[in-house]
Design a protein. Structure first.
Lengths: 195, 195
DNA sequence: AAAGTTAGTGAATGTTTACTAACTATTCAA
DNA sequence: TTGAATAGTTAGTAAACATTCACTAACTTT
Protein backbone atom coordinates (compact mmCIF):
# COMPACT_ATOMS: atom_id res chain seq x y z
CA UNK A 1 0.00 0.00 0.00
CA UNK A 2 2.57 2.61 -1.03
CA UNK A 3 1.34 6.04 -1.87
CA UNK A 4 2.52 8.53 -4.49
CA UNK A 5 3.33 12.11 -3.45
CA UNK A 6 0.28 13.32 -5.34
CA UNK A 7 -1.95 10.80 -3.62
CA UNK A 8 -0.59 12.02 -0.33
CA UNK A 9 -1.46 15.59 -1.26
CA UNK A 10 -4.98 14.46 -2.01
CA UNK A 11 -5.54 12.70 1.29
CA UNK A 12 -4.13 15.76 3.03
CA UNK A 13 -6.64 17.92 1.18
CA UNK A 14 -9.36 15.46 2.17
CA UNK A 15 -8.27 15.95 5.76
CA UNK A 16 -8.56 19.71 5.53
CA UNK A 17 -12.06 19.42 4.11
CA UNK A 18 -13.06 17.00 6.85
CA UNK A 19 -11.96 19.49 9.49
CA UNK A 20 -13.72 22.40 7.86
CA UNK A 21 -16.99 20.82 6.77
CA UNK A 22 -17.27 17.28 8.08
CA UNK A 23 -18.03 14.05 6.32
CA UNK A 24 -20.85 15.53 4.25
CA UNK A 25 -18.46 18.16 2.89
CA UNK A 26 -16.05 15.56 1.63
CA UNK A 27 -17.12 15.45 -2.03
CA UNK A 28 -15.08 15.01 -5.20
CA UNK A 29 -16.02 18.53 -6.19
CA UNK A 30 -14.70 20.04 -2.98
CA UNK A 31 -11.63 17.86 -3.14
CA UNK A 32 -10.88 19.09 -6.66
CA UNK A 33 -11.37 22.70 -5.60
CA UNK A 34 -9.03 22.20 -2.64
CA UNK A 35 -6.43 20.67 -4.98
CA UNK A 36 -6.96 23.50 -7.46
CA UNK A 37 -7.64 21.21 -10.38
CA UNK A 38 -10.63 19.62 -12.06
CA UNK A 39 -12.80 16.86 -10.63
CA UNK A 40 -11.75 14.32 -13.19
CA UNK A 41 -8.08 14.83 -12.33
CA UNK A 42 -8.82 13.14 -9.00
CA UNK A 43 -9.53 9.95 -10.92
CA UNK A 44 -6.00 9.94 -12.34
CA UNK A 45 -4.82 9.15 -8.82
CA UNK A 46 -7.62 7.18 -7.24
CA UNK A 47 -10.15 4.85 -8.82
CA UNK A 48 -12.97 5.92 -6.54
CA UNK A 49 -13.90 8.05 -3.58
CA UNK A 50 -13.94 4.94 -1.44
CA UNK A 51 -10.26 4.37 -2.27
CA UNK A 52 -9.38 7.86 -1.12
CA UNK A 53 -11.05 7.38 2.23
CA UNK A 54 -9.52 3.95 2.73
CA UNK A 55 -6.07 5.28 1.83
CA UNK A 56 -6.52 8.09 4.32
CA UNK A 57 -7.58 5.74 7.10
CA UNK A 58 -4.74 3.33 6.37
CA UNK A 59 -2.21 6.14 6.41
CA UNK A 60 -3.63 7.27 9.72
CA UNK A 61 -3.48 3.78 11.20
CA UNK A 62 0.16 3.41 10.19
CA UNK A 63 1.09 6.82 11.61
CA UNK A 64 -0.56 6.14 14.94
CA UNK A 65 0.88 2.66 15.14
CA UNK A 66 4.48 3.74 14.58
CA UNK A 67 4.15 6.77 16.82
CA UNK A 68 2.82 4.70 19.70
CA UNK A 69 5.42 2.00 19.16
CA UNK A 70 8.24 4.51 19.52
CA UNK A 71 6.85 6.31 22.49
CA UNK A 72 6.22 3.53 24.98
CA UNK A 73 9.64 2.93 26.46
CA UNK A 74 9.38 3.13 30.22
CA UNK A 75 8.95 0.17 32.56
CA UNK A 76 6.47 2.13 34.64
CA UNK A 77 2.89 1.42 33.45
CA UNK A 78 1.56 4.67 34.86
CA UNK A 79 4.22 6.65 33.02
CA UNK A 80 3.51 4.75 29.80
CA UNK A 81 -0.20 5.34 30.23
CA UNK A 82 0.34 9.08 30.46
CA UNK A 83 2.69 9.10 27.50
CA UNK A 84 0.35 7.03 25.37
CA UNK A 85 -2.47 9.50 25.82
CA UNK A 86 -0.48 12.69 25.57
CA UNK A 87 1.02 11.37 22.35
CA UNK A 88 -2.45 10.54 21.02
CA UNK A 89 -3.89 13.85 22.06
CA UNK A 90 -1.11 15.95 20.60
CA UNK A 91 -1.40 13.99 17.37
CA UNK A 92 -5.09 14.83 17.13
CA UNK A 93 -4.39 18.42 18.05
CA UNK A 94 -2.05 18.62 15.10
CA UNK A 95 -4.50 16.77 12.82
CA UNK A 96 -7.98 17.59 14.03
CA UNK A 97 -9.57 16.35 10.82
CA UNK A 98 -8.72 12.81 11.81
CA UNK A 99 -10.93 13.21 14.84
CA UNK A 100 -13.80 13.77 12.44
CA UNK A 101 -12.80 10.72 10.42
CA UNK A 102 -12.22 8.32 13.26
CA UNK A 103 -14.82 9.28 15.77
CA UNK A 104 -17.64 10.44 13.56
CA UNK A 105 -19.00 7.09 12.40
CA UNK A 106 -20.77 9.13 9.75
CA UNK A 107 -18.29 7.46 7.46
CA UNK A 108 -19.30 4.00 8.58
CA UNK A 109 -22.41 3.78 6.50
CA UNK A 110 -20.66 4.57 3.26
CA UNK A 111 -19.26 1.14 2.46
CA UNK A 112 -18.29 -2.20 3.90
CA UNK A 113 -14.63 -1.64 3.09
CA UNK A 114 -14.52 1.71 4.87
CA UNK A 115 -16.27 0.15 7.79
CA UNK A 116 -13.64 -2.56 8.12
CA UNK A 117 -10.76 -0.12 7.73
CA UNK A 118 -12.24 2.05 10.44
CA UNK A 119 -12.57 -0.89 12.83
CA UNK A 120 -9.00 -1.93 12.09
CA UNK A 121 -7.91 1.59 12.98
CA UNK A 122 -9.70 1.47 16.30
CA UNK A 123 -7.95 -1.78 17.14
CA UNK A 124 -4.53 -0.15 16.72
CA UNK A 125 -5.16 1.84 19.86
CA UNK A 126 -6.32 -1.18 21.84
CA UNK A 127 -3.26 -3.12 20.68
CA UNK A 128 -1.00 -0.64 22.45
CA UNK A 129 -3.19 -0.06 25.47
CA UNK A 130 -3.86 -3.70 26.34
CA UNK A 131 -0.37 -4.91 27.35
CA UNK A 132 0.20 -1.73 29.28
CA UNK A 133 -2.94 -2.18 31.39
CA UNK A 134 -2.23 -5.86 31.95
CA UNK A 135 1.25 -5.09 33.17
CA UNK A 136 -0.09 -2.47 35.53
CA UNK A 137 -2.60 -4.92 36.92
CA UNK A 138 0.03 -7.61 37.38
CA UNK A 139 2.25 -5.19 39.22
CA UNK A 140 -0.67 -4.22 41.43
CA UNK A 141 -0.57 -0.60 40.30
CA UNK A 142 -3.94 -0.73 38.55
CA UNK A 143 -7.01 -2.26 40.12
CA UNK A 144 -7.77 -5.94 39.69
CA UNK A 145 -11.36 -5.47 40.83
CA UNK A 146 -12.51 -5.56 37.20
CA UNK A 147 -11.06 -7.29 34.14
CA UNK A 148 -8.56 -5.81 31.71
CA UNK A 149 -11.22 -5.70 28.98
CA UNK A 150 -13.61 -3.82 31.23
CA UNK A 151 -10.90 -1.34 32.17
CA UNK A 152 -10.04 -0.76 28.53
CA UNK A 153 -13.68 -0.27 27.63
CA UNK A 154 -14.02 2.43 30.28
CA UNK A 155 -10.77 4.12 29.27
CA UNK A 156 -11.56 4.10 25.55
CA UNK A 157 -15.10 5.32 26.14
CA UNK A 158 -13.85 8.20 28.24
CA UNK A 159 -11.27 9.16 25.62
CA UNK A 160 -13.74 8.89 22.76
CA UNK A 161 -16.22 11.12 24.57
CA UNK A 162 -13.49 13.68 25.20
CA UNK A 163 -12.71 13.79 21.50
CA UNK A 164 -16.42 14.04 20.71
CA UNK A 165 -16.83 17.02 23.00
CA UNK A 166 -13.80 18.70 21.49
CA UNK A 167 -15.18 18.19 18.04
CA UNK A 168 -18.66 19.54 18.69
CA UNK A 169 -16.99 22.53 20.37
CA UNK A 170 -15.32 23.07 16.99
CA UNK A 171 -11.87 22.33 18.43
CA UNK A 172 -12.05 25.57 20.37
CA UNK A 173 -10.93 24.53 23.84
CA UNK A 174 -7.43 23.46 24.83
CA UNK A 175 -7.43 19.71 24.28
CA UNK A 176 -3.97 19.27 25.83
CA UNK A 177 -5.11 20.73 29.11
CA UNK A 178 -8.46 18.98 29.34
CA UNK A 179 -6.92 15.79 27.99
CA UNK A 180 -4.31 15.77 30.72
CA UNK A 181 -7.05 16.36 33.21
CA UNK A 182 -9.02 13.44 31.83
CA UNK A 183 -6.00 11.14 32.01
CA UNK A 184 -5.45 12.21 35.59
CA UNK A 185 -9.07 11.43 36.56
CA UNK A 186 -8.92 8.00 35.02
CA UNK A 187 -5.61 7.23 36.68
CA UNK A 188 -6.97 8.30 40.06
CA UNK A 189 -9.89 5.99 39.52
CA UNK A 190 -8.08 2.89 38.30
CA UNK A 191 -5.01 3.08 40.51
CA UNK A 192 -5.07 0.94 43.63
CA UNK A 193 -4.98 3.02 46.77
CA UNK A 194 -1.50 3.15 48.28
CA UNK A 195 -1.13 3.40 52.04
CA UNK B 1 -45.23 20.48 20.20
CA UNK B 2 -48.22 18.13 19.94
CA UNK B 3 -48.16 15.52 17.28
CA UNK B 4 -50.97 14.11 15.14
CA UNK B 5 -51.45 10.33 14.95
CA UNK B 6 -50.29 10.41 11.34
CA UNK B 7 -47.15 12.34 12.26
CA UNK B 8 -46.48 9.76 14.91
CA UNK B 9 -46.79 6.98 12.34
CA UNK B 10 -44.26 8.78 10.19
CA UNK B 11 -41.67 9.18 12.91
CA UNK B 12 -42.17 5.51 13.75
CA UNK B 13 -41.54 4.63 10.13
CA UNK B 14 -38.47 6.85 10.19
CA UNK B 15 -37.29 4.86 13.20
CA UNK B 16 -37.69 1.57 11.39
CA UNK B 17 -35.68 2.88 8.44
CA UNK B 18 -32.97 4.16 10.75
CA UNK B 19 -32.60 0.73 12.33
CA UNK B 20 -32.55 -1.06 9.00
CA UNK B 21 -30.38 1.25 6.93
CA UNK B 22 -28.93 4.01 9.08
CA UNK B 23 -28.94 7.76 8.65
CA UNK B 24 -28.07 7.60 4.96
CA UNK B 25 -31.12 5.41 4.32
CA UNK B 26 -33.46 7.95 5.82
CA UNK B 27 -34.72 9.62 2.65
CA UNK B 28 -38.17 10.95 1.78
CA UNK B 29 -38.42 8.28 -0.88
CA UNK B 30 -37.79 5.46 1.59
CA UNK B 31 -40.06 7.09 4.13
CA UNK B 32 -42.88 7.27 1.60
CA UNK B 33 -42.35 3.65 0.63
CA UNK B 34 -42.43 2.59 4.27
CA UNK B 35 -45.66 4.55 4.74
CA UNK B 36 -47.05 3.07 1.54
CA UNK B 37 -47.94 6.38 0.00
CA UNK B 38 -46.36 8.92 -2.28
CA UNK B 39 -43.40 11.14 -1.43
CA UNK B 40 -45.43 14.28 -1.67
CA UNK B 41 -47.90 13.01 0.90
CA UNK B 42 -45.14 13.32 3.51
CA UNK B 43 -45.31 17.07 3.00
CA UNK B 44 -48.94 17.13 4.07
CA UNK B 45 -47.71 16.26 7.54
CA UNK B 46 -44.28 17.83 7.83
CA UNK B 47 -42.89 20.93 6.15
CA UNK B 48 -39.44 19.41 5.68
CA UNK B 49 -37.25 16.45 6.38
CA UNK B 50 -35.56 18.47 9.09
CA UNK B 51 -38.90 18.82 10.88
CA UNK B 52 -39.37 15.07 10.85
CA UNK B 53 -36.00 14.45 12.45
CA UNK B 54 -36.49 17.17 15.03
CA UNK B 55 -39.96 15.83 15.89
CA UNK B 56 -38.48 12.38 16.32
CA UNK B 57 -35.70 13.60 18.59
CA UNK B 58 -38.08 15.69 20.66
CA UNK B 59 -40.42 12.75 21.10
CA UNK B 60 -37.46 10.67 22.19
CA UNK B 61 -36.28 13.29 24.67
CA UNK B 62 -39.72 13.51 26.24
CA UNK B 63 -40.02 9.73 26.48
CA UNK B 64 -36.67 9.32 28.15
CA UNK B 65 -37.26 12.22 30.47
CA UNK B 66 -40.58 10.94 31.79
CA UNK B 67 -39.36 7.37 32.00
CA UNK B 68 -36.35 8.34 34.06
CA UNK B 69 -38.39 10.65 36.26
CA UNK B 70 -40.73 7.83 37.21
CA UNK B 71 -38.09 5.25 37.78
CA UNK B 72 -35.77 6.93 40.26
CA UNK B 73 -37.53 6.43 43.55
CA UNK B 74 -35.10 4.84 45.98
CA UNK B 75 -33.00 6.69 48.54
CA UNK B 76 -30.05 4.44 47.76
CA UNK B 77 -27.81 6.06 45.09
CA UNK B 78 -26.35 2.73 44.04
CA UNK B 79 -29.81 1.26 43.52
CA UNK B 80 -30.91 4.34 41.58
CA UNK B 81 -27.79 4.15 39.46
CA UNK B 82 -28.56 0.57 38.49
CA UNK B 83 -32.20 1.35 37.79
CA UNK B 84 -31.31 4.40 35.69
CA UNK B 85 -29.13 2.37 33.38
CA UNK B 86 -31.26 -0.74 33.14
CA UNK B 87 -34.19 1.50 32.25
CA UNK B 88 -32.12 3.26 29.60
CA UNK B 89 -30.80 0.03 28.19
CA UNK B 90 -34.15 -1.72 27.98
CA UNK B 91 -35.58 1.36 26.29
CA UNK B 92 -32.89 1.22 23.62
CA UNK B 93 -33.35 -2.53 23.29
CA UNK B 94 -37.02 -1.91 22.50
CA UNK B 95 -36.17 1.00 20.15
CA UNK B 96 -32.78 0.27 18.61
CA UNK B 97 -33.27 2.88 15.90
CA UNK B 98 -32.88 5.58 18.50
CA UNK B 99 -29.38 4.33 19.17
CA UNK B 100 -28.60 5.13 15.56
CA UNK B 101 -30.17 8.56 15.88
CA UNK B 102 -28.63 9.58 19.17
CA UNK B 103 -25.22 8.02 19.14
CA UNK B 104 -24.38 8.17 15.48
CA UNK B 105 -23.61 11.88 15.21
CA UNK B 106 -24.01 11.31 11.49
CA UNK B 107 -27.12 13.39 11.90
CA UNK B 108 -25.22 16.27 13.42
CA UNK B 109 -23.94 17.65 10.19
CA UNK B 110 -27.34 17.96 8.61
CA UNK B 111 -28.54 21.17 10.22
CA UNK B 112 -28.03 23.53 13.10
CA UNK B 113 -31.50 22.83 14.48
CA UNK B 114 -30.96 19.08 14.51
CA UNK B 115 -27.62 19.65 16.16
CA UNK B 116 -29.18 21.63 18.97
CA UNK B 117 -32.01 19.16 19.46
CA UNK B 118 -29.50 16.35 19.70
CA UNK B 119 -27.47 18.17 22.33
CA UNK B 120 -30.62 18.93 24.30
CA UNK B 121 -31.38 15.24 24.25
CA UNK B 122 -27.99 14.34 25.65
CA UNK B 123 -28.49 16.79 28.48
CA UNK B 124 -31.66 14.98 29.53
CA UNK B 125 -29.54 12.03 30.54
CA UNK B 126 -27.06 14.18 32.47
CA UNK B 127 -29.93 15.95 34.21
CA UNK B 128 -30.98 12.70 35.82
CA UNK B 129 -27.51 11.32 36.43
CA UNK B 130 -26.00 14.39 38.07
CA UNK B 131 -28.01 14.62 41.34
CA UNK B 132 -27.74 10.90 41.80
CA UNK B 133 -23.95 10.92 41.61
CA UNK B 134 -23.67 13.96 43.85
CA UNK B 135 -25.82 12.33 46.48
CA UNK B 136 -23.71 9.19 46.33
CA UNK B 137 -20.57 11.23 46.78
CA UNK B 138 -22.02 13.16 49.70
CA UNK B 139 -23.01 9.93 51.38
CA UNK B 140 -19.52 8.59 50.83
CA UNK B 141 -20.75 5.70 48.70
CA UNK B 142 -19.08 6.97 45.52
CA UNK B 143 -15.51 8.16 45.42
CA UNK B 144 -14.67 11.79 46.11
CA UNK B 145 -11.20 11.40 44.61
CA UNK B 146 -12.41 13.05 41.41
CA UNK B 147 -15.14 15.63 40.78
CA UNK B 148 -18.77 14.89 39.95
CA UNK B 149 -18.27 16.20 36.41
CA UNK B 150 -15.31 13.94 35.86
CA UNK B 151 -17.24 10.95 37.15
CA UNK B 152 -20.14 11.72 34.87
CA UNK B 153 -17.84 12.11 31.90
CA UNK B 154 -16.37 8.67 32.51
CA UNK B 155 -19.78 7.08 33.05
CA UNK B 156 -21.35 8.66 29.98
CA UNK B 157 -18.35 7.80 27.83
CA UNK B 158 -18.49 4.18 28.92
CA UNK B 159 -22.22 3.98 28.21
CA UNK B 160 -21.90 5.68 24.84
CA UNK B 161 -19.16 3.27 23.77
CA UNK B 162 -21.28 0.32 24.86
CA UNK B 163 -24.11 1.54 22.64
CA UNK B 164 -21.67 2.14 19.79
CA UNK B 165 -20.36 -1.41 20.01
CA UNK B 166 -23.88 -2.79 20.08
CA UNK B 167 -24.77 -0.78 17.03
CA UNK B 168 -21.79 -1.79 14.91
CA UNK B 169 -22.50 -5.40 15.92
CA UNK B 170 -25.91 -4.83 14.28
CA UNK B 171 -27.69 -5.20 17.63
CA UNK B 172 -26.80 -8.87 17.63
CA UNK B 173 -25.51 -9.39 21.14
CA UNK B 174 -27.57 -9.30 24.34
CA UNK B 175 -27.42 -5.68 25.41
CA UNK B 176 -29.23 -6.33 28.71
CA UNK B 177 -26.55 -8.78 29.81
CA UNK B 178 -23.53 -6.80 28.67
CA UNK B 179 -25.15 -3.57 29.84
CA UNK B 180 -25.61 -5.00 33.34
CA UNK B 181 -22.04 -6.12 33.26
CA UNK B 182 -20.88 -2.64 32.25
CA UNK B 183 -22.89 -1.03 35.06
CA UNK B 184 -21.36 -3.47 37.51
CA UNK B 185 -17.81 -2.65 36.36
CA UNK B 186 -18.38 1.05 36.70
CA UNK B 187 -19.93 0.68 40.12
CA UNK B 188 -17.01 -1.44 41.30
CA UNK B 189 -14.69 1.27 40.08
CA UNK B 190 -16.43 4.32 41.50
CA UNK B 191 -17.57 2.87 44.80
CA UNK B 192 -15.41 3.60 47.79
CA UNK B 193 -13.90 0.47 49.29
CA UNK B 194 -15.82 -0.68 52.34
CA UNK B 195 -13.95 -2.48 55.10
C1' DA C 1 -76.50 22.57 -2.34
C1' DA C 2 -72.36 25.26 -1.82
C1' DA C 3 -67.92 25.95 0.17
C1' DG C 4 -64.07 24.40 2.57
C1' DT C 5 -60.82 20.94 4.49
C1' DT C 6 -57.91 16.86 4.67
C1' DA C 7 -54.99 13.61 2.74
C1' DG C 8 -53.73 11.77 -1.04
C1' DT C 9 -51.72 11.43 -6.37
C1' DG C 10 -48.18 11.66 -10.38
C1' DA C 11 -45.24 14.47 -12.76
C1' DA C 12 -41.72 17.74 -12.70
C1' DT C 13 -38.39 21.00 -10.40
C1' DG C 14 -33.48 22.27 -9.63
C1' DT C 15 -29.44 20.76 -7.49
C1' DT C 16 -25.85 17.70 -6.19
C1' DT C 17 -23.60 13.46 -6.43
C1' DA C 18 -19.80 10.12 -8.16
C1' DC C 19 -18.00 9.07 -12.22
C1' DT C 20 -16.50 8.90 -17.51
C1' DA C 21 -15.18 9.76 -22.48
C1' DA C 22 -12.49 12.26 -25.43
C1' DC C 23 -9.11 15.46 -25.99
C1' DT C 24 -4.50 18.06 -24.89
C1' DA C 25 -0.23 19.45 -22.75
C1' DT C 26 4.07 17.91 -20.44
C1' DT C 27 7.89 14.97 -19.37
C1' DC C 28 11.42 11.98 -20.42
C1' DA C 29 13.74 7.85 -22.27
C1' DA C 30 15.11 5.28 -26.62
C1' DT D 1 13.22 13.46 -32.54
C1' DT D 2 9.84 10.62 -31.88
C1' DG D 3 6.43 8.71 -29.09
C1' DA D 4 4.52 6.81 -25.16
C1' DA D 5 3.31 7.29 -20.51
C1' DT D 6 1.59 10.71 -17.24
C1' DA D 7 -1.38 14.30 -15.63
C1' DG D 8 -4.20 17.46 -16.65
C1' DT D 9 -8.55 19.65 -19.30
C1' DT D 10 -13.74 20.33 -20.86
C1' DA D 11 -18.05 18.65 -21.18
C1' DG D 12 -20.75 15.57 -20.37
C1' DT D 13 -23.56 11.33 -17.93
C1' DA D 14 -27.27 8.93 -14.94
C1' DA D 15 -28.95 8.57 -10.53
C1' DA D 16 -30.41 10.37 -6.17
C1' DC D 17 -31.96 13.96 -3.53
C1' DA D 18 -35.61 17.23 -1.15
C1' DT D 19 -39.12 19.83 -2.58
C1' DT D 20 -43.18 21.87 -5.30
C1' DC D 21 -46.76 21.71 -8.65
C1' DA D 22 -51.69 21.31 -10.19
C1' DC D 23 -55.10 18.41 -9.36
C1' DT D 24 -58.70 15.06 -7.04
C1' DA D 25 -61.62 12.12 -4.09
C1' DA D 26 -63.84 11.86 0.21
C1' DC D 27 -65.39 14.16 4.09
C1' DT D 28 -67.42 18.02 6.98
C1' DT D 29 -69.41 22.54 7.77
C1' DT D 30 -72.36 26.24 6.61
Amino acid sequence: MEITPRQFEIIEAAGRILTASGVSGLTIKNLAKEMQFSESAIYRHFASKEEIIVAMLNFLADSIDSRLTNVITSTDPEENFKVLFSEQISFFKKNPHFVVAVFSDGLMEESQLINETLLKLMNVKTKHLMPLIMEGQQKGIFTNAITTEELIHIIMGTFKLQMFKWRIANFQFDIIRSGDNMVQSILTLIKTKQI
